[in-house]
Ligand binder design. Structure first.
Ligand SMILES: C[S@@+](CC[C@H](N)C(=O)[O-])C[C@H]1O[C@@H](n2cnc3c(N)ncnc32)[C@H](O)[C@@H]1O
Length: 389
């Protein structure tokens, strides 16, 4: 038997609180001859149970009813659902903090931040000292701040000798070009890589072309090609970011962006590039989309982490229309265009593997190639959209 002060110590609750509990009938001390109240082991247990229920979010009244066996099942079930939700949120918060401290897999953390709070994630990376280019590369490529530098070194080692940096082909570029019905006298190509598309556009139009990319290796490579072809006076290669294009409004009658719009996000890019396009001018953009309404789980799982904003082509069409573009035509690139990209890429990775057996970048590229290989062409694809302003 316990005196009230002993009980208070045992269950770590103030004497005043116990007196209140007594008043509302939660515990019941037995008054002794000397006037003091004494509490039993069963009061201790009731209090401990009450504390747990209270921590679980039940009100004092609900705890009381529960201890007396009077609480309805529905109240307990709804509280259980709430608790499960809170636990999930707390677990995510704990993982996030552990990840930011480098104590947890950063890949998962970056992926979940990109999904839940992409802008906050980008700001966070900038605050950690990454410039805009690397913040975007952490988001899309390395997904790990601590190993980012090594990852990008390996990644660029793979791509530096490759001509094609994304799925595509000259026939697809020319097919899309044939759907543009105005002059194309002043073209801006965004994310031009080493310029395979730039050269196709240059050989099939007579206007001025400005090709931009934010990777110096690619820009220098294209500049050298333009010099060899002797077309530098008409076509220029500029190192710039698609997120801050250094051009005045109405500068172009055609903007071309193959396989790179995802970097900024389809809607953000369409919105920010539109002012640069003259009235009746065009934006030709290709983006990875779902080709079926029920993609297989192995593909949804992969692209959920690699391209969380991936949607089907109808959604992209609606988004373009909502942003004031007229969708003139659209088409899906051929399986050959995928092969153009991943076959030389696979060969290159296989060459490098003996020297870089532990490279995460190589492992990720091979994983992605594995997904392309499994794909029969009916699940996802690059869709060209011919949009008019
Ligand atoms: C998937 S590759 C596509 C290259 C080329 N358009 C093609 O289809 O082969 C994406 C390109 O976008 C470039 N890029 C990435 N971030 C960029 C940015 N913020 N501004 C401009 N170019 C960027 C990359 O360097 C790369 O050349």
């Amino acid at each position: 038997m316990y005196l009230i002060s002993e009980l208070a110590n045992k269950v770590n609750v103030s004497r005043t609180t116990l007196l209140y509990y007594e008043k509302i009938g939660l515990i019941k001390g037995q008054r002794q001859d000397n006037g003091y109240r004494r509490y039993s082991e069963s009061d201790v247990q009731r209090l401990q149970l009450l504390q747990q229920l209270h921590r679980g979010g039940l009100t004092l009244k609900e705890c009381h009813a529960c201890l007396n066996g009077d609480l309805d099942k529905q109240t307990l079930e709804s509280r259980l659902a709430q608790l499960e939700q809170e636990i999930t949120e707390k677990t995510q918060a704990r993982d996030l903090i552990a990840g930011l401290l480098g104590k947890h897999s950063q890949k998962q953390i970056h992926e979940s931040m990109v999904e839940v709070a992409p802008d906050a994630h980008h700001q966070w990376l900038l605050q950690q000292g990454f410039n805009e280019k690397d913040a975007l590369r952490v988001k899309w490529l390395s997904k790990d701040m601590t190993t980012h530098e090594q990852y990008m070194q390996d990644f660029m080692k793979v791509f530096e000798t490759l001509e094609r940096w994304g799925p595509g082909g000259e026939s697809e570029t020319l097919k899309a070009l044939s759907m543009v019905s105005s002059g194309a006298d002043n073209i801006l190509e965004i994310g031009s890589g080493k310029g395979l598309t730039t050269l196709a556009l240059a050989n099939n139009t007579s206007g001025k072309i400005t090709a931009i990319d934010n990777e110096p290796v690619a820009v220098e490579n294209l500049a050298a090609k333009l010099a060899t072809e002797n077309i530098e006076d008409r076509v220029s290669a500029v190192c710039a970011s698609m997120t801050a294009l250094p051009f005045s409004p109405d500068s172009f009658d055609l903007i071309w962006a193959e396989g790179c719009v995802y970097i900024m996000g389809f809607e953000a890019a369409l919105k920010s590039w539109k002012p640069l396009i003259q009235k009746n001018g065009y934006l030709v953009v290709s983006d990875l989309v779902w080709l079926t309404n029920s993609p297989k789980p192995e593909f949804t799982e992969f692209w959920k982490s690699e391209y969380p904003n991936m949607v089907n082509m109808h959604t992209r069409i609606e988004q373009a229309q909502a942003l004031g573009y007229q969708v003139c035509q659209h088409f899906t690139i051929s399986p050959q265009s995928w092969d153009n990209y991943w076959r030389p890429l696979e060969q290159r990775v296989n060459q490098l593997q003996a020297d870089m057996p532990k490279s995460q970048a190589l492992a990720d590229i091979l994983h992605e190639i594995g997904v392309y290989k499994q794909h029969q062409g009916d699940q996802f694809g690059y869709e060209f959209f011919i949009l008019k302003v």
